[in-house]
Design a protein around this ligand. Structure first.
Ligand code: PLP
Length: 365
């Protein structure tokens, strides 16, 4: 028997979440962002659930090839564009749309031989200071690109640094609008946080939104809003079983470093999930879990292959009981990945992306 741990992907939740973000931006087209192997879910596992998207956005060329291999003929956008000149050959061959964010990428395009001109998303750095042309350099980049025979339509994009927080998007929006006012082309601005939090902002709805995290059912602005506040459903559930039970007396400890010491008699369940499965080692005693669908807590240190939970409140639980680390339990109740991430001092994104290759993944019906 394989180790009793499994991640389940819920295509129904993907469809639901995609509809949810469409409601926020009803006139926009939707790039389903599937970079990082679909935020750890597996591109092949999410593809059916996300077929309703208008396109797939990602950044590894090998992932673009995988999406084409699944039979997708619609738009694919490379969010970071070409890393070297030969990447453009694959763009031509697979009809990939790509971002252009620096002069070097324009140089590569100018030297590229292609029969079919490329669809470009020209990126502005409106304040994030990672990728893109400064606003005052944007127009000249556009003019240079537009003059190339290798270039078809040019869309205009930027990325917000604070769509999830109090600083918001107004300053970046203003810079973007000012610098692009009389340039033609579609616009693409919003990630999940912008699409959900700034849905009333007309310009945010423009043309193409780029939701990632919301599609996977995690909140872009937890703890201000949780996933259910946004009516999002978890797409990844991580469930494992209790493989052993220990009975402790007052003063007994659990696990490495004896970091948890019982102050009275208690039952401990040893669960087949550890940091080598992607569960954060840093999660402290008290991190929430679901035991047979009921809310419980971890105790002691997470080890490589196991973690320990308090079974005292669950007299019926024992070896073989299911413990939900995040997502949906078999019986229905949900434990938000965002809550677990918060205990680990991080965000749901990181936990999903870190799901280890050794965890078997099944796609639910
Ligand atoms: C990852 C990414 C997104 C998606 O962001 P979420 O916060 O997951 O919605 C959108 N745009 C770009 C450029 C990205 O790199």
């Amino acid at each position: 028997m394989p180790r009793p741990i499994q991640a389940t992907i819920h295509p129904q939740a993907l469809r639901h979440n995609l509809n949810r973000v469409r409601l926020a931006a009803p006139d926009a087209q939707v790039w389903a962002v599937v970079k990082a192997n679909a935020y750890g879910h597996g591109i092949e596992h999410v593809f059916e659930g996300l077929r309703g998207a208008d396109g797939f956005a990602l950044l590894d060329l090998s992932e673009a090839q995988r999406v084409r291999a699944l039979g997708w003929r619609g738009p694919i956008l490379l969010l970071e564009g070409a890393f070297e000149a030969r990447d453009l050959e694959l763009c031509s061959r697979l009809n990939l749309w790509h971002t252009v964010h620096c002069d070097e990428q324009i140089d590569m395009l100018a030297l590229h031989k292609t029969h079919e001109p490329h669809r470009i998303f020209l990126k502005m750095n409106s304040g994030m200071n990672r990728l893109g042309f400064a606003p005052q350099r944007f127009r000249s980049a556009w003019t240079r690109l537009n003059a190339l025979p290798q270039v078809d339509e040019i869309s205009l994009m930027t990325h917000f640094s604070d769509a999830d927080g109090p600083k918001g998007i107004a300053a970046q929006m203003a810079l973007f609008e000012e610098a692009t006012r009389d340039l033609p082309g579609e616009r693409s601005l919003s990630n999940s946080a912008a699409a959900l939090r700034h849905a009333q902002d007309g310009a945010v709805k423009a043309d193409w939104i780029r939701p990632g995290i919301a599609v996977y059912g995690s909140s872009p602005d937890f703890p201000e809003n949780n996933a259910s506040d946004w009516h999002l459903q978890p797409v990844m559930s991580l469930n494992a079983q209790v493989i052993a039970v220990q009975s402790l007396q007052a003063g007994d400890s659990v696990g490495y470093g004896s970091s948890f010491v019982a102050d009275g008699a208690m039952r401990i369940g040893v669960v087949a999930c550890g940091y080598a499965d992607g569960y954060p080692r840093i999660c402290p005693t008290g991190t929430p879990v679901l035991v047979n669908g009921q809310r419980g807590r971890t105790v002691g240190r997470v080890s490589m292959d196991m973690l320990t939970v308090d079974l005292s409140p669950f007299p019926d639980a024992g070896v073989g009981s299911t413990v939900t680390l995040w997502g949906r339990s078999v019986s229905g109740p949900v434990l938000s990945i965002d809550e677990v991430a918060q205990k680990a001092g991080t965000v749901g994104y990181e936990l999903m992306c870190a799901l280890a290759p050794r965890v078997p993944v099944v796609v639910a019906d």
